[in-house]
Design a protein. Structure first.
Length: 302
């Protein structure tokens, strides 16, 4: 049975016209795992925000922060295209850690991400926590502005000015959704599918130092607004999915939990695509097809 499911996942992956990685298993660890390129590194894009959120909750669990703690939004941390930068246009903004987590994960807000990375102690602190939790194969090297500077080859100076200049270049929009081999082969800010699913399993299995706060992320990620056509896309409408997406260039990702019906358990699943040459809608469909294959398989073996 697992051979058939793995073959079906491989067949679906061809539609991305790129490299696809998958790691899926039951949250309780019972039974087999569905794996495809599971030990190959993939750019995380915005799925990195799960690690950032976990590090924030670790600091809260240690008494170093609180969900209602207010953090300032500095002008030089604004990232265009994010809810905070676009809607809160005047100086003097402060938001709670809880609100920043909400918009970082549900809206994929990059301004919130960089503010929270600073509150984490920086990207190196996030990677150290991953290592301490036994999550091998995932690393965090740059904040959102750093990733975008490298991807779009932005000049020096204030980020927003550099980004506005880049948007005037021919082909800017196409570049945002087209494969960028040099960027996608880089080994910074990457995770293997196996590492990401391990982080999810440790988080939602209650095995991290922040276990008492894991429900905070579960409640937030249940309301993810960027993923209707990916993991959720072909599942029965009532299926509960707790997830986070990531998208840049030829990278199209969705990772999280799928809850099986009638109390039959939960699946951790990570689906990564890099160097995807197919249109964005087709890449989304590949993730949806793989998620449905995993759902059907674990429903049968549960």
């Amino acid at each position: 049975m697992i051979e058939n499911a793995t073959a079906e996942i491989s067949r679906h992956s061809l539609g991305a016209e790129g490299v696809v990685g998958v790691a899926a298993w039951r949250l309780d660890g019972y039974g087999p795992a569905l794996l495809l390129n599971a030990e190959q590194p993939f750019p995380m894009a915005s799925t990195v925000k799960i690690a950032v959120a976990c590090r924030i909750l670790e600091r809260i669990a240690a008494g170093e922060l609180a969900l209602d703690h207010l953090l300032e939004i500095p002008e030089d941390m604004r990232v265009g295209g994010s809810l905070i930068a676009d809607r809160f246009i005047h100086p003097g903004i402060q938001l709670s850690v809880h609100n920043l987590l909400q918009v970082m994960l549900d809206e994929s807000d990059n301004t919130a991400t960089d503010v929270l990375i600073q509150a984490c102690g920086g990207v190196a602190a996030v990677t150290r926590s991953l290592e301490a939790w036994g999550v091998a194969g995932q690393r965090v090297d740059r904040d959102s502005r750093g990733i975008l500077r490298d991807f779009f080859e932005l000049g020096s100076g204030p980020f927003m000015n550099a980004m506005l200049e880049a948007q005037t270049r021919p082909g800017h929009v196409e570049r945002d959704r087209s494969p960028n081999p040099a960027f996608e082969d880089d080994l910074h800010d990457v995770s293997t599918p196996f590492a990401m699913s391990t982080l999810l399993a440790e988080l939602f299995g209650g095995r991290l130092p922040l276990a008492a706060l894991a429900t905070v992320l579960r409640d937030i990620m249940r309301a993810c607004r960027t993923s209707d056509t990916r993991l959720r896309g072909l599942l029965p409408p009532e299926t509960e999915v707790i997830d986070k997406t990531g998208t840049i260039g030829g990278v199209t990702n969705d990772v999280g939990l799928i809850v099986l019906p009638q109390g039959r358990g939960e699946i951790v699943i990570s689906v990564f695509i890099k160097k995807g040459c197919a249109p964005c809608e087709r890449r989304d469909r590949v993730i949806a097809e793989i998620a449905r294959t995993a759902y059907d398989f674990f429903l049968l073996v549960s």
